[in-house]
Design a protein around this ligand. Structure first.
Ligand code: MGD
Ligand code: MGD
Ligand code: MO
Length: 784
């Protein structure tokens, strides 16, 4: 079990022997030493399954197996031998289970039977699949308005499942598609179309082999996309400059020892050539500073009659709006840039000189950029920077948003979108003969609003852990308890399943590692990675229980019971042979998916058409657009209060979003615990706390609601003054659901203004502190 909680700075590289040891530990813990290894060997290989971890692409041409520590944990988590059986639910009431920690809930094992909540006994009891479908269909059909139902998708769903889900929901009559992406890269998906006419990244893995510089903003590859480290390692080794902007010195961005290269174990590879500990919410300022230096260097070059620093030909031929952005940047004051970024002018000049010297540059970003009030603007400013030197639509250059869930990008492609494009809806209409709703539906923020107002009455979750992943956790859970229907399609038990209402169903599904047998034989599904490559995935393990159904089959069952023959959609036939679903996807989107079933059978799959590759800009004016964002502060932090720190909520190395695999965050030196806050020692002293003190955090907000969580240990850390960081989801009760990024509605999870208070509650220091559920430590109560 877990080690005694300790803080012990980690001096090694990311990866290395530690990564191999961790893999074996997690396999053993799930009691799957042998079959787990078999599953790992087939992960991300042509005839195996797509890693259920992150969305980073695989090198197409290698046969060497590329498994990573955190991919292995994701597989071990799913392929576990532990089971949540009927007996389990007979022994534990929902109220009792609420006292378990998130770690314990998921660690109970795989769900095995469809269940329905019985309020009389406060237990989940078995139900047949047919009865479950009928119950759901009846409840949905009782709603006066289909817009009173919310249909959530988490990004692990396959293209086939997601496509059928949106087809069912639109045939039912709504565009309410809150999805995990709304909390994640929505800022990216809103920002990029205005700038460059596509909502996705523009680079491929090959570009990482060609870039002379790679700028990484607010993304932690060692934990969240470890296979990316192989590409960064190769780039660093051939001399590309890697420039990181992150308030925390993340170990994987500093140095990496690839477990696949023995030499690295002796001499780890330095990853970042330059590391800038920008303030939380300081990237806009840093990027504006770099742009300022680029403009000044261009002025000097022009005056001296030397080659220009700006790519003048590109700007003239391909872009619009440069002059306005130039004016904004020239008007921005260096003092302001230094204050907001927390970086010195000299540091910014150094970063800019690397940008200027590189013939090609990739910009990478993650949640440190998207989850701020100005998330959309941050990204458009990064694109402005790239456009200045024509770093778009040519080898070794472009935009690389690193998506989270392994198929979150594909789910959007096949229609999980609350604001569907008319062309997509026209495609549905052409293929299925019904007129889908055209009015925009709810994203996560709006779904929460509708729950708070009592307008939303039903929730169906295709995977995920909605009530724990969202902000204002406790309040959202309270609202969800008042729904009429809550259906969760899941592989493992989580806290969201315990947020029960009148009719709550828990429907267990096959995972990606398992063989999906249907009447036409074993099925494969498809997924799209972060670089728009679509490929097949087929499971290898036997299903965790004979009672499981595939996500596709479950959706078809619900659709049949709800629509009762409305429209001529062959649900039964789809669930028997997934090729027919792919044919339907092709029929709706021929421009992207012509020959889908053939292409998917080629090893490595295929890449979706990406116009930026050809410097075609799908924007209204047909140009790549420089877009002005005045101002420099990303978030509304109270400027006059010295006791307020800006909190970023981040992931530990042993978690996958709300799934807690273990209690270590090895690279950050945290072991056996999660209830910690990383703080600058000077701030801690200034605020009058001892090192290691146990504190509560309270959100500073004007809406009169109290948000407070307690029981966190202060850990002195190398983080800029005024900033602090702690793990998600323990800190979600602190995030106001109403604080959203402009335009994208992404919760501002990376900038919560908090004050610290002494904590008088108990700090759980038992050797097995997983037992301390956040439920008992979290105190977020509505003030009168
Ligand atoms: N093992 C594992 N893999 C995962 C996940 C997981 O939980 N576990 N989650 C998946 C998902 S859904 C996603 S979206 C991705 C998330 O992957 P990331 O985008 O890496 O997400 P985070 O860990 O939340 O935060 C990223 C980094 O942002 C930094 N940061 C915080 N605030 C700022 C800021 O203002 N500016 C800058 N420049 N940096 C800042 C933090 O220090 C941290 O290093 O990973 C995916 N992969
Ligand atoms: N404070 C704060 N909050 C955040 C973030 C943050 O950085 N800070 N990040 C946000 C981000 S980027 C994201 S993407 C969201 C994540 O939000 P979600 O995607 O909703 O959450 P997950 O924790 O990934 O969901 C885990 C659950 O999915 C189910 N599951 C796993 N595999 C499968 C499968 O194959 N099929 C089905 N049907 N179910 C499965 C399991 O039951 C598991 O318990 O959280 C967001 N919330
Ligand atoms: Mo995400």
């Amino acid at each position: 079990m877990a080690a005694k909680p300790k803080i012990k700075p980690y001096h090694g590289p990311a990866g290395g022997i530690g990564a191999l040891e961790a893999v074996e530990k997690h396999l053993c813990r799930q009691k799957i030493f042998l079959s787990g290894n078999k599953a790992l060997l087939s992960m991300n290989k042509p005839e195996g399954f797509d890693c259920p971890g992150c969305g980073w692409p695989d090198p197409k041409h290698t046969s060497s197996f590329e498994y990573c520590e955190n991919g292995a944990k994701a597989v071990a988590w799913e392929a576990t031998k532990k089971r949540v059986t009927l007996d389990f639910f007979a022994r534990h009431t929902v109220t009792e289970l609420l006292g378990w920690s998130d770690y314990e809930l998921e660690d109970a094992g795989r769900l095995t039977h469809p269940m329905i909540y019985d309020r009389a006994t406060d237990q989940y009891t078995p139900i047949s699949w047919e009865d479950a479908f009928r119950t759901i269909g009846d409840a949905l059909n009782r709603l006066p308005d289909p817009n009173q139902a919310e249909f959530y998708t988490s990004g692990r769903a396959s293209n086939e499942a997601a496509f059928l889900f949106q087809l069912f929901v639109r045939a039912y009559g709504t565009n309410n598609f809150p999805d995990c992406s709304n909390m994640c890269h929505e800022s990216t998906s809103v920002a990029l179309p205005d700038s460059i006419g596509v909502a996705k990244g523009t680079v491929q893995l090959d570009d990482f082999e060609k870039a002379e510089a790679i700028f990484i903003f607010g993304q932690n590859p060692g934990t969240n996309s470890p296979r990316m480290l192989n590409d960064l390692r190769a780039a660093a080794k051939r001399g590309a400059k890697i420039v990181s902007f992150n308030p925390i010195r993340e170990r994987s961005l500093e140095r990496f020892a690839s477990p696949q290269h023995l030499g690295d174990l002796i001499k780890p590879v330095s990853i970042s050539s330059h590391y800038y500990q920008v303030r939380i919410g300081g990237d806009m300022a840093a990027v504006k500073g770099i742009m300022k230096v680029v403009l000044e260097a261009d002025d000097a070059a022009r005056a001296a009659g030397q080659p220009r620093v700006l790519d003048v030909a590109f700007i003239e031929t391909h872009t619009h709006g440069f002059e306005a952005v130039e004016a904004d940047i020239r008007a921005t004051d260096w003092k302001e840039i230094e204050r907001a970024s927390g970086l010195s002018r000299a540091q910014i000049e150094e970063a800019a000189s690397i940008y200027i010297q590189a013939k090609s540059c990739i910009a990478v970003w993650g949640m440190g950029i998207t989850q701020h009030r100005t998330g959309v603007a941050n990204i458009q400013q990064i694109i402005n920077l790239l456009l200045m030197r024509g770093n778009m639509g040519r080898p070794g250059a472009g935009a690389c948003p690193v998506r989270g869930h392994s198929n979150v990008q594909g789910d959007r492609t096949v229609g999980i979108y609350e604001k569907p494009k008319p062309a997509f809806l026209d495609g549905l209409q052409r293929a299925f003969g019904f007129n889908p709703p055209r009015e925009h539906g709810h994203d996560v923020g709006e779904a929460i609003d509708a729950m708070f107002e009592g307008h939303a009455r039903a929730f169906i979750g295709l995977g995920g852990n909605f009530s724990l992943a969202v902000p204002d956790t406790e309040r959202v859970a309270e609202a969800m308890r008042r729904l009429d229907l809550n259906v969760q399609i899941a592989t493992k038990l989580n806290r969201g399943h315990l947020v029960v209402c009148n009719t709550s169903l828990l429907l267990p599904c096959l995972g990606r590692t398992e063989i999906d047998f249907q009447s036409s034989g074993p099925q494969m599904v498809t997924v799209e990675d972060s670089m728009s490559n679509v490929h097949a995935s087929g499971g290898l393990n036997m299903p965790a229980s004979e009672h499981l159904r595939s996500e596709v089959a479950i959706i078809c069952g619900i659709a049949q019971a709800t629509l009762k023959g409305r429209y001529d959609i062959p649900w039964q036939s789809y669930s028997e042979d997934y090729d027919r679903i792919r044919d339907a996807i092709e029929a709706v989107m021929p421009e992207l998916f012509t020959g889908f079933n053939q292409k998917i059978r080629q090893p490595g799959g295929f890449r979706l058409y990406s116009p930026v590759d050809y410097r075609e800009w799908n924007t209204p004016n047909g140009k790549a657009n420089f877009l002005v964002h005045e101002g420099i502060d990303e978030n509304e932090m109270p400027q006059d209060r010295e006791d307020v720190l800006e909190l970023a909520t981040i992931r530990s190395h042993d978690q996958y979003n709300t799934t807690v695999y273990g209690l270590d965050d090895r690279y950050r030196g945290v072991f056996g615990q999660r209830m910690v806050v990383f703080i600058n020692a000077a701030d801690r002293e200034r605020l009058g706390f001892e090192e290691g003190a146990i504190v509560a955090m309270r959100t500073v907000s004007e809406d009169g609601l109290e948000r407070r969580v307690g029981g966190f240990r202060l850990v002195d850390y190398d983080i800029p003054a005024g900033c602090c960081a702690a793990y998600y989801p323990e800190t979600n009760p602190l995030i106001p659901a109403t604080r959203r990024a402009l335009r994208s509605n992404t919760p501002t999870s990376k900038s919560v203004p908090v004050v610290f208070e002494a904590w008088k509650g108990e700090w759980d220091d038992r050797p097995n502190p997983e037992l301390a559920s956040i439920q008992t430590q979290v105190m977020a109560v509505a003030a009168e």
